[in-house]
Design a protein around this ligand. Structure first.
Ligand code: PLP
Length: 399
């Protein structure tokens, strides 16, 4: 049975352009002064130029990292550290409630930092006026604000241009986790801000990413060593990865899959996917709204545990993901859906289907075919389980 990959937001297949660039990259250490090193350096710098050009930033602002998690950690912890060294009263990091754990956990891990979490509305959007109020109330205490361009679970885009204007008006640096959006939309619509990029989300192999760090944004290194990447991120450079990421980014943005024009492949497929899910499982509800990533569909299936549904779909050859994390075998509700106001049972019933550059109508049709039986079986399993839980509770009170 062929499998149908509907999990491009987790990682998307490597593009042929990236494979070719990877294979063509020379060996050698880009910091070596001999000819082999210089050849590697040239390829690395060409990759940096290409990434910068595609993102309309200055090449020297591109700091290569091992991926999105590294870029997020460097931004959140590094900018906070630099700002508190300059002014110890700046002890507060502001994040949105729907950030990826690479941001949330990085902020939580900073010793002595206060973390202010911005609520979101039922679509997952930050309220810009509320952000302005928070920055006014916390005047002088905020080291940085970190808000993602678009959410990985539900696809909702944030009002980045307005958020950036609010931060700029009070002189607080903004970091944007742009990991999910860069391959679709290029750079976030904000000048002079730091943003994170991850190659494997748009067709490079995993293990390469970047933090775009404008020269005016202070940032301390998290790891020290050979002083590579403007001394802000030491370590021998991944030349082949950088070349592959540049090629993947160019191919992704040139493909214009996400243009949103009527009849263009991806928005059309997503509309078919959403309509198909609701037709196949009438109780399903699509979550999120407004401006969204073009490939992401998040749906809740009342009465189902998403983990069970995911396994049943997997057995039918459909690969997707849940929003929940599993802690010690117990599915935890997604923090994103919880922040959007979903109750725990609903938040545990969410599946994410995500389309990408290899998606076809056959993938969508296979999902729509498999869904009714999978939902019926997941619902029966969930009802049996809650029956067992009730009788265990009852017997617990009886004896
Ligand atoms: N930020 C967001 C929004 C993501 O979706 C992900 C990956 O899922 C990351 C950060 C982490 O990126 P990476 O997998 O490159 O470490």
């Amino acid at each position: 049975m062929p499998s149908h990959y509907l999990d491009h937001a987790a990682t998307t297949p490597v593009r042929p352009e990236a494979t070719a660039a990877w294979l063509a990259a020379p060996g050698g250490n880009a910091s070596s002064v001999h000819a082999t090193g210089r050849r590697a350096r040239r390829v690395l710098e060409e990759a940096r130029e290409e990434v910068a050009d595609r993102l309309s930033v200055t090449a020297s602002d591109v700091v290569f990292t091992s991926g999105g998690t590294m870029a997020d950690n460097l931004a959140v912890r590094g900018i906070h550290a630099a700002r508190t060294v300059a002014d110890p009263t700046r002890d507060t990091i502001v994040v949105s409630a729907v950030e990826h754990h690479a941001v949330l956990d990085a902020a939580a891990a900073v010793p002595g930092a206060r973390v202010h979490t911005l609520p979101v509305d039922e679509q997952g959007r930050v309220n810009t006026e509320h952000l302005a109020d928070v920055l006014a109330a916390e005047a002088g205490r905020v080291s940085l604000v970190s808000v993602m361009s678009a959410n990985n679970e539900v696809g909702t885009a944030q009002p980045i241009a307005e958020i950036s204007a609010v931060c700029r008006s009070v002189g607080v640096p903004l970091h944007i986790d742009a990991v999910q959006s860069v391959g679709w939309w290029g750079a976030p619509p904000a000048e002079g801000v730091a943003f994170s990029v991850s190659g494997h989300k748009f067709g490079a192999p995993a293990g390469i990413g970047a933090l775009v760090l404008p020269a005016g944004v202070p940032c301390q290194p998290l790891i020290v060593g050979g002083g590579q990447e403007r001394k802000v991120h030491s370590g021998t450079l991944n030349v082949a990865g950088a070349a592959a990421m540049a090629a993947a980014l160019a191919a992704a943005l040139d493909s214009n899959l996400a243009s949103g024009e009527p009849g263009t492949p991806l928005p059309q497929l997503r509309a078919e996917l959403e309509a198909g899910v609701v037709a196949a499982a009438p109780e399903a509800r699509i979550v999120g709204g407004g401006d969204r990533l073009p490939g992401v569909v998040s749906a809740v299936f009342d009465g189902c545990e998403a983990d069970a549904l995911l396994m049943l779909l997997d057995a039918a050859g459909i690969e997707c993901s849940t929003g929940s994390a599993c802690t010690a075998g117990i599915p935890e509700p997604s923090h994103v859906l919880a922040a959007m106001g979903a109750d725990p049972a609903t938040a545990r019933s969410a599946l994410r289907f995500s389309l990408g550059w290899t998606s076809t109508r056959a993938d969508v049709e296979a999902l729509v075919d498999a869904l009714p039986e999978a939902v019926a079986r997941a619902r029966r399993a969930s009802a049996r389980q809650s029956g067992r839980r009730t009788s265990r509770r009852l017997s617990g009170t009886a004896v």
